[in-house]
Design a protein around this ligand. Structure first.
Ligand code: CP
Ligand code: NVA
Length: 303
């Protein structure tokens, strides 16, 4: 059966462990100049309804480094941009390529694509989740701290797609996540309940300072995700006090580290001196998109 990756919970704990180990090996091998032909002759269609730097580059380079090929497809230039149905695109793409990675405005678009495709579909970000980001984030945390189990992670900011995947990932990792968001911008309670039902450790905090207390890792993201631009002024006002700055980081564990999926907005969700400072792991995190996704692609595609 084909294996889709629409949610971070589409993989098991064991599969996550394998992906992380494979990613670490692929990273070492890249550094050592070991070439790969694991996905020779395979193609990945990358459909983008929204902008991207990291997802686009890392998937394209990742396929190349595995001996395969990636096609960048702006949704506006495909016939779906003129109203061709997703299910027809799914059927046709299934005849040409080995897998599709799609970044979509609506999660339902990705679900529909996956339902009608006979090849694996990967969520490259939707309004609901960003599971590829979580693979890289967990890899980065493991690389820095060794074991991820029993680490305290604080999410400070919007209860958005990245936050949703982080909360759900607690069911796989054993990390404890405490979320702090302004009123009206919290992660869906159903997501928290689902993570808890599956054994995830998730708490909510009434302030950023409370959330980061004893945190080993602080994670944040933009206050204005793609698609939220019209609410810019309202959001800037609502998120006042939620900047991850030096003062907030001092409330966390002494050697705490900071993650941000990028793109970042210095002076909004994160202070420039934190993003560019010694406690930031964001550049490793961005690099790890490549290694984690290569491991994911091999897992999904290798016969
Ligand atoms: N973090 C992330 O997905 O970045 P891009 O939007 O640049 O792909
Ligand atoms: N939450 C952000 C993540 C960007 C990678 C967005 O959806 O725009």
């Amino acid at each position: 059966m084909k294996k889709d990756f629409l949610s971070i919970l589409d993989i098991t704990k064991a599969e996550l462990g394998e992906i992380l180990s494979d990613a670490e090996r692929l990273k070492r091998q890249k550094r050592a100049g070991v070439p790969h032909e694991l996905l020779r002759g395979m193609s990945l269609a990358m459909i983008f309804e929204k902008s991207s730097t990291r997802t686009h580059i890392s998937f394209e380079v990742g396929m190349h480094e595995l001996g395969g090929h990636a096609l960048f497809l702006n949704a506006k230039d495909l016939q779906i941009g003129r109203g061709e149905e997703i299910r027809d695109t799914a059927r046709v793409a299934s005849r040409y390529v080995s897998a599709v990675m799609i970044r979509a405005n609506r999660h339902s678009t990705i679900e529909e694509l996956a339902q009608h495709a006979t090849i694996p579909v990967i969520n490259g970000l939707s309004d609901l989740e960003h599971p590829c980001q979580l693979l890289a984030d967990i890899l980065t945390i493991r690389e820095h701290f060794g074991d991820v189990r029993d680490l305290n992670v604080a999410w400070v900011g919007d209860g958005n797609n990245v936050c949703t995947s982080l909360v759900l990932s607690t069911a796989l990792t054993g990390m404890s996540v405490t979320v702090s968001s302004p009123k009206g911008y919290e992660v869906d309670q159903d997501i928290i309940s689902r993570a808890r039902t599956l054994g995830g450790k998730v708490k909510t905090a009434s302030s950023p300072a409370e959330a980061v207390k004893d945190a080993h890792v602080i994670v944040t993201d933009t206050w204005i995700s793609m698609g939220d631009e019209k609410e810019r002024e309202k959001r800037l006002a609502a998120f006042r006090g939620f900047t991850v700055d030096d003062k907030l980081v001092r409330h966390a564990a002494p050697d705490a580290r900071v993650l941000h999926c990028l793109p970042a907005h210095r002076g909004e969700e994160i202070a420039g001196d934190v993003l560019d400072g010694p406690q930031s792991l964001v550049w490793d995190e961005a690099e790890n998109r490549l290694h984690a996704q290569k491991a994911l692609l091999v897992k999904i595609l290798k016969k």
